[in-house]
Design a protein around this ligand. Sequence first.
Ligand code: PRX
Length: 654
Amino acid sequence: MSDARPALDSFLEEDRKFPPPKEFADSAHCADDRLHQAADADIEGYWEAWARELDWFEPWTRVLEWTPPHAKWFVGGKLNVAYNCIDRHLDGARRNKAALIWEGEPGDTRTYTYWDLHREVSKFANVLKSLGVEKGDRVAIYLPMVPEAAIAMLACARVGAPHSVVFGGFSPDSLADRINDAEAKLLITADGGFRRGSVIQLKANADEAVERCPSIEHVVVVRRGAGASQLVGAHMHQGRDLWWHELMEEADAHCPAEPMDAEDLLYILYTSGTTGKPKGVVHSTGGYLTQVYATTKLVFDLKEDDVYWCTADVGWVTGHSYIVYGPLANGATCVMYEGAPDWPDRGRFWQLCEKYGVTIFYTAPTAIRAFMRWGESWVERADLSKLRLLGTVGEPINPEAWMWYHEVIGKERCPIVDTWWQTETGAIMITPLPGFTHTRPGTATHPFPGIRATILDNDGNEARGGYLAITHPWPSMLRTIWGDDERYRRTYWSRWEGRGIYFPGDGAKRDPDGYLWILGRVDDVLNVAGHRIGTAEVESALVSHPEVAEAAVVGKHHEVKGQAIAAFVTLKESAEIHDTLVEDLQDHVRDKIGSIAKPEAVIFTAELPKTRSGKIMRRLLKDIAEGRAVGDTTTLADPAVIHRLKEKYEGEEG
Ligand code: PRX
């Protein structure tokens, strides 16, 4: 559990507490422990009450059916997610309320009211149908942060076709693997998108991927229009590729929402695990929507006139749950921004907050650390007086970053919600309630009402420090891994065999006041700038390079990204070493996976430290990469390896 060190140190020192500001608590949705009590007394009744706040076509007959490790929530109930996110807001004043306020990186803007969204989503749902997409068919979405991403997701939900959104930063190979695993019938992409002033060639990547994807029948291409004319002119494959705007011209604006079973699939989202193959996390309809709805409302204390901005990309689960489904199910106004936080300058986020009057702002610790480095002057130029609540997600937040967020962005006035959850959990699990919880820098505090989380040791006994464990099923839990239920059982439910306890893969500690401190991953999964990357994925990308014999990848502490990737590489005897080999390997990983997985350091070594049974000892490599004294080497087959390696690494670093 070496990843735990920085947070553990702060945990020992940290005793500051911040009660909710009185004016905040006075008007908060939840300012006491009544919901915790209700959930403790009757967990199913509690979740049922939340589900009743959604619109159902048919009621459920049973709240929970639990045959570990498979749960069914709201059994027999019928609903549609798009209907809940759009149609039900059309009767009253929300009809003309802004649902999405979008700004492109070059500065072009578009606003969609709920009424607009209803029209666009219905039309695109009809486009899907006209292209032969039926209930149950999978649709891949590979788009930049443009409104069409949300529209496409909601249109899929409307017709009952599960989507698989692939982050636009992923390579053609990664895209193809995901399309093939889900056997998607249709791909939705764009001619490009903007990032730091340059154009990301999504269509070219998509073309390369689709060559290897026999299941794809059509590719729908969004033209990233106004303000981006240089993008127009992507090469269109006759018969296969179709322009979004042309299809939309013809489409009918009436499309009834398909009644879906509560347990029908809403989407698949791929995430990294401990093997080279990403896992297709499967999310359902009724339970998922219930928990994203409930958490958005309570954790962000969402009110009718809030302007809510979550800075994540829709390609990650945060974008699914807290840009699209949770906020829209609540009838919120959401800001969506296409580009980088430092384009054209480092004040862009704060200018956006001022321009749109953002009241709730949700981002990642890595972004906060970057803002800290860039300095307060960028923040001071903008009027942030509308902000009333701040959130973070994605990795443990170090107390220094938390305090900076509190003082410089929140002006000591805005509660901070540090929210722990995962792609697999679908929705927030451990978090302060901003009107009730006394927050403490660096801790996600307590489970959300209705979530049972604790800390267990290896044998499954309650412990102050050990593994985070979820001891009761929750509505938005993943249902399985697409096409691999065995992996689902093994990965999440086998640590405490037979007890129906979910293992998220994180280490945790409880402080003397009972607060939960999440200390980071205990498996071979890295968290680089809030993105999950499996060491095995990067290793298999490296060994696919013709000069590489073997590779071991570890995370090393990084001031802004939290972790950076260090790769220890053994070359083939025949390998030709040349000046640009490090760069070649870095580019190779970028091309194979995407730039988020590019190793920051590549260290060549004649041998890797292995146990007598041949297992690479990553723990020791991590010690070397982080410049620490090397830990226990007694189980190494040849302890001299590690000392040779350490000397070499220190020589290169120095
Ligand atoms: O290690 C935890 C960390 O991010 C992992 C989940 O990553 P992913 O599925 O990509 O989802 C990220 C967005 C929900 C977790 O296993 N993590 C996430 N949030 C926190 C966190 N670690 C500490 N504190 C958090 N608030």
